[in-house]
Ligand binder design. Structure first.
Ligand code: WTA
Length: 634
């Protein structure tokens, strides 16, 4: 196994080497993969337009690096252990051989249904092994998958289908989520009323929820694979062919289709998985994310499988049927590395330690967090009660756009510090700049987090909107990739992520664009205008606080707020519902009409003064009025 770092000195050495000679560093890692043809150049890049290419002209298939590469040594090793929502249902283990066969069979089924290289396939599925099989089958034949988290609404789904002109949707009859059964096929049917490109819908039977199957368009998964061969020769892909598109929220209303390509993503995912989690061959690794988010892509499916690991996939929620479910699964499956979100930790910590006590948790070696800043209290709870003080916590900072972890401890190798993502991984060159773009050198500085040198798994473009990619990430600070995060580098040189500095809020680790939520709220006919900001929330990290100017003539405030929440759930999905809504007579605006969110953020945090310079406001009185009625937010 190549390039696994074992000591702190090893990390320091590898890091320095990766900065001095990035091409030699990444070459050595890439050499360990199976390539149909090797690259001509390791990296060709410039951040202005931007144009980023890794391993130029190489030919490969990522699934050959999971299957063909491991089949002789690991064919009977569990690849995926799937744990169902209902603990009384048996779990399923798929070995590398079984996963390979199912992938090839479904790849052939996709081909039989007209899917070819470069076609876009939407995956809108529960957390079942078939979701991973669907991703791998697409990759096998060179189709581009785009997973839409199955909690998104029909409207969000159709927007994404239309944006990437997908021809096939993979879904299920329903999803089990805790005590609920969600009829997702019905959501797909509704979404398809506003799309025109989808020719086939393949439906997995999971919940036996009654569904309507449209003749000619809809087919059952079990019928699609019936009598289909389990042999498939992997499509030859160029290193820079698209592997997948994943939509994420930005500071404007429309989600961005982040594009990842084959070779760089593969190399980077594998390398970070091995080193951050210090995975050893017999370990059982569990990441609790959903495959609908980047964490599920890189660290449930691609990273672990590229490393020949055993990866656990859990269908349900942390608290069903009891708040000790995660800990129960850890004991049952003897999980060694456990990777989850601070929100889940806070939500479970809120139950106290009683639900943890029945479990030994002695298999655990490494704990991880991702998706949002972890507060010190949650960090210590996790460290003391779950890790029993023995397990290093890797607080991993990265983004949908970065494809793989960029700043994080290496478990047990480099130091940890509560609430700090600590140090950049080898190959990653962070830089902190002030608002004018001047580099803040040395330690004890705070500013905007940028990256100055490309890494293999970075985004290449926004699907169909290259200009927007340039504007969003490469124009704020010339020559740098701008992350949108604020950061502090402390006196020891450790990085602490401070949260978003743009109009994105991070709710339970899920990114929400304020404009996106505002647009949804404004769909309610009684809302004239709205402004959304984040505020500190004890469990979710940030909650959504909406200020809305409304016509109150024929509704009670309570009913109107209820209706606004229903509207947002319908337009985006339940995850975007505002936690607090305050009906206001006006919004603080500059004379040029720009909403001063800085002020609203302060009000949402409970501040009553210290609003800084409000002289540019069109109507300063409006601030006083909003503060006076802040208590009515609910
Ligand atoms: C935030 C999730 C603090 C950050 C992988 C980033 C974090 C955004 C951390 C990306 C962390 C992610 N500490 N903040 N360890 N990890 N973030 O695209 O604001 O869903 O920009 O990717 O989450 O969210 P995304």
């Amino acid at each position: 196994m190549a390039r696994k770092i074992h000591t702190l000195a090893g990390y320091i050495y590898e890091y320095q080497r990766s900065v001095l000679d990035p091409e030699a560093f990444w070459t050595q890692i890439a050499e360990t993969f199976y390539w149909q043809k090797k690259w001509d150049k390791v990296v060709e890049w410039e951040f202005d337009t931007p144009s980023i290419k890794w391993f130029t002209n190489a030919k490969l298939n990522i699934t050959e690096n999971i299957f063909e590469r491991y089949l002789h040594t690991k064919k009977d090793k569990p690849a995926i252990i799937w744990e169902p929502n209902d603990p009384s249902e048996p779990n399923i283990t798929l070995t590398y051989r079984e996963l390979y066969e199912k992938t090839c069979q479904f790849a052939n089924a996709l081909k039989n249904n007209g899917v070819g290289k470069g076609d876009r396939v939407i995956i809108y599925m529960p957390m079942v092994p078939e979701a991973a099989i669907a991703m791998l089958a697409c990759a096998r034949i060179g189709a581009i998958h785009s997973i839409v988290f199955a909690g998104f609404s029909a409207n969000s789904l159709s927007d994404r289908i239309n944006d990437c002109t997908a021809t096939v949707v993979l879904t299920s009859d329903g999803n089990f989520r805790g005590a609920k059964t969600i009829p997702v096929k019905a959501v797909v049917d509704e979404a398809l009323e506003s799309t025109s490109t989808v020719e086939k819908v393949i439906v997995l039977e999971r919940t036996k929820t009654p569904v309507t199957m449209k003749p000619g368009r809809d087919i059952w998964w079990h019928d699609a694979i019936d009598d289909v061969s389990a042999e498939n020769v992997a499509e030859t892909m160029d290193s820079e062919d698209m592997l997948f598109i994943l939509y994420t929220s930005g500071s404007t209303g429309k989600p961005k289709g982040i594009v990842h390509t084959c070779a760089g993503y593969m190399v980077n995912c594998y390398y970070t998985f091995k080193n951050v989690f210090q995975y050893n061959d017999e370990d059982v690794y569990w990441c609790t994310a959903d495959v609908g988010w980047i964490t599920g892509h890189s660290y449930i499916v691609y990273g672990p499988l590229l490393a020949g690991a055993t990866t656990v996939m859990y269908e349900g929620v942390p608290t069903h049927p009891h708040p000790g479910r995660f800990w129960e699964i850890i004991d049952k499956l003897k999980v060694n590395q456990f990777y989850t979100a601070p929100t889940a930790i806070r939500a479970l910590a809120a139950y106290g330690i009683d639900p943890v006590l029945p479990y030994k948790l002695d298999s655990l070696k490494v704990l991880g967090t991702v998706g949002e800043p972890i507060n010190e209290e949650a960090w210590h709870w996790y460290h003391d009660h779950i890790g029993k003080g023995r397990c290093p916590i890797v607080d991993t900072w990265w983004q949908t756009e970065t494809g793989a972890i960029l700043i994080s401890p290496l478990a047990g190798i480099t130091p940890t510090k509560p609430a700090y993502a600590t140090l950049p991984l080898p190959g990653v060159q962070p830089i902190i700049v002030d608002n004018e773009g001047n580099e803040l050198k040395g330690n004890s500085v705070e500013g905007n987090l940028c990256i100055k040198y490309p890494w293999p798994s970075m985004l290449r473009t926004i699907y169909g909107e290259h200009e927007r990619c340039q504007q969003t990430y490469f124009s704020t600070f010339k020559g740098l990739y701008f992350t949108g995060d604020g950061v502090k580098r402390d006196e020891d040189g450790y990085y602490r992520i401070l949260g978003r500095v743009d109009d994105v809020i991070n709710v339970s680790g899920h990114r929400m664009g304020t404009a996106e939520v505002e647009n949804a709220i404004n769909e309610h006919p009684k809302v004239m205008e709205s402004a959304v900001v984040g505020y500190p929330h004890p469990i979710k990290g940030q909650g959504i606080y909406a200020f809305a100017i409304c016509d109150m003539s024929d509704r009670s405030e309570e009913n109107l707020k209820k209706e606004i929440r229903v509207t947002v759930a319908r337009i985006i999905g339940p995850i975007a519902k505002p936690d607090l809504i305050q009906i206001v007579p006006g919004l603080p605006k500059t004379r040029s009409g720009k909403i001063m969110r800085r002020i609203l953020r302060k009000i949402a945090t409970g501040e009553k003064d210290n609003f800084g310079d409000t002289s540019t406001l069109l109507d300063p009185d409006v601030v006083t009025k909003i503060i006076e009625s802040a208590g009515t937010a609910s």
